[in-house]
Design a protein around this ligand. Structure first.
Ligand code: G6P
Ligand code: ZN
Length: 542
């Protein structure tokens, strides 16, 4: 029943910021997914007889690859696979299931916030036993293996019925099809004050969640409508679709604009939230106030003890380098550790495992805590609802009070998508060459205090990650950061991150782009973005 199939390596299976992501037709090439899955197994040791978790965000090609992964797990010697019904598990739910059932690891099929469909994106990511994304040591080993792989193992058996909860035998391995929602919803109920949120909602506070036709629909319906009593229909676009209804399932001001406009309208809801394709990202909008992801991290940290799961306080905070320093001020005030890591949730895992940090966040609409080892969209939404319920204030009031207390970090990210890869690399190379000579000089009237290419020294395993983003810091605490995205599937995306700290509360009401205009002009002056990208404007501003 177990076949060893010979195969030829593909040269392009290097995992990016978050696993291997390619267009569906790339994955449909002969043995493409099989090679990568076998390379994962070949890079691991000691899983004989152990449990593997498999799930995905339900996008196009999810079911096909799940069947392949199940048969390969059996052939490679796993004792059991736990798989979400319908092949569904949100990324944070997969992380939780891995931890709760002490699985050896998990395979998550997702391309996160990227579009889905026959010609859109697909992805495969491996998570380790702590529930978090595999660290670079493992993803590097996987990549090495893909370059010389010559065979893979697969059980030659019929497909498993993924739509019936229960236990099945697959070539001697047990397949347990589980309800994807229950374990996760139960966990949320232990962390947050559900009775307080329920009475907030029954008291007339109107909450809307846009699941963007992606994986969080069933989770949000169970939690918001069933367990918290919000009226039916409070979760919009709640049915996961293989092509996300042709939308870009990315919760930001561009792709979730309808929700934003609705919350901002006079008779719209009091609170709106959205999540991405695989449920790990979040966007939070209160009436009259969009909460930036960087601010969200700082404000969740500052108000953490409102939530029962965090009543005892938080151990520390971590953020990715391009994320604003708003959280740093909270850590300082609380007298707890603050860690600055490269972009990518995988860098938080060691810090959480070592008990150094409790909450983590990234500017890319990611927030989470050590309850799992992934960022968690619905967790962030529930945290905000818990804070609103506990403080009996609106989101707007909470945000403004925070700024008044800590100062405001004006922050924006400008993306230039679909840039020619050579041109994007040339921009970065030219900038890198200038770094040494910048300190002390003036760019658009701003004095450079320091400039470098961020390198991270992991304090736990002492690994070093270099070239993680170019930072130019100015006197007074403003900064611009440049990096190339590691999650795209075609061409290059240049990201420019711009930040200014404003302590003066009388200056907290300025429109963000206006508050950052001189820094944005400085970025153009130093990096010649228009010339290198051939674009006059960013494609997305968040
Ligand atoms: C994914 C990762 C995040 C990362 C984000 C942006 O969501 O899980 O950790 O911050 O992508 O990454 P990028 O390399 O595209 O800027
Ligand atoms: Zn995601």
């Amino acid at each position: 029943m177990i076949l060893t199939v010979s195969t030829k390596p593909y040269a392009d299976q290097k995992p990016g910021t978050s696993g291997l992501r390619k267009k569906v037709p790339v994955f449909q090439q002969e043995n493409y997914a099989e090679n990568f899955i076998q390379a994962i197994f070949d890079s691991l040791e000691g899983f004989e007889g152990q449990t593997l978790v498999i799930g995905g965000d339900g996008r196009y090609y999810n079911r096909e690859v799940i069947q392949v992964a199940l048969k390969m797990a059996a052939a490679n010697g796993f004792g059991k696979v736990m798989v979400g019904k319908g092949g569904i598990l949100s990324t944070p739910a997969a992380s939780h299931v891995i931890r709760k059932y002490h699985a050896f690891g998990g395979i998550v099929l997702s391309a996160s916030h990227n579009p889905g469909g026959p010609t859109e994106d697909f992805g495969i990511k491996y998570n380790i036993g702590n529930g978090g994304p595999a660290p670079e040591k493992i993803t590097d080993a996987i990549f090495d293996r893909t370059r010389n792989i010559d065979s893979y193992k697969i059980a030659d058996v019929a497909d498993i019925d993924l739509d019936t909860v229960g236990s099945f035998d697959l070539a001697g391995m047990t397949v347990e099809v589980i309800d994807p929602v229950t374990d996760y919803a139960d966990l949320m109920e232990t962390l947050f004050d559900f009775p307080a949120i329920r009475s907030l909602i029954s008291g007339g506070f109107r909450v809307v969640i846009d699941s963007m036709s992606a994986v969080t629909g069933p989770y949000a319906v169970e939690i918001l409508e069933k367990r918290l009593g919000a009226p039916a229909g409070s979760v919009r676009n709640e049915v996961p679709l293989p092509d996300f209804g042709h939308h870009h399932p990315d919760p930001n001001l561009v792709h979730a604009k309808e929700l934003y406009d609705d919350v901002m309208s006079a008779d719209g809801p009091d609170f709106g939230a959205a999540s991405d394709g695989d449920g790990d990202r979040n966007m939070v909008v209160g009436k009259g106030m969009f909460v930036t992801p960087s601010d969200s991290l700082a404000m969740i940290a500052a108000n953490a003890t409102c939530a029962p799961g965090y009543r005892q306080g938080i151990a520390g905070i971590a953020r990715s380098m391009p994320t604003s320093a708003a959280a740093d001020r909270v850590a300082e005030k609380l007298g707890i550790g603050m860690y600055e890591t490269p972009t990518g949730w995988k860098f938080f895992g060691n810090l959480m495992d070592a008990g150094k940090v409790t909450v983590c966040g990234e500017e890319s609409f990611g927030t989470g805590s050590d309850h799992v080892r992934e960022k968690d969209g619905l967790w962030a939404v529930l945290f905000w609802l818990n804070i609103v319920a506990a403080r009996k204030q609106s989101v707007k009031e909470i945000v403004e009070a925070h700024w008044a207390e800590y100062g405001r970090n004006y922050y924006s990210r400008h993306d230039y998508e679909g840039v020619d890869t050579d041109n994007a690399n040339a921009l970065v190379t030219a900038l890198r060459a200038k770094l040494g000579s910048l300190p002390g000089t003036t760019i658009n009237g701003l004095v450079v205090s320091a400039a470098d290419d961020f390198a991270y020294h992991d304090p736990i395993d002492h690994s070093v990650s270099k070239n993680q983003g170019i930072r130019i810091l100015f006197e007074g605490g403003s900064r611009i950061v440049f990096r190339l995205s590691g999650t795209g599937t075609s061409g290059a995306t240049l990201r420019l991150y711009v930040e200014r700290y404003e302590p003066d509360a009388s200056r907290h009401g300025i429109e963000t782009q206006a508050a950052l205009a001189d820094l944005i002009a400085a970025a153009e002056e130093v990096a010649e973005i228009k010339r290198y990208t051939g674009m006059n404007e960013p494609t997305v501003i968040t």
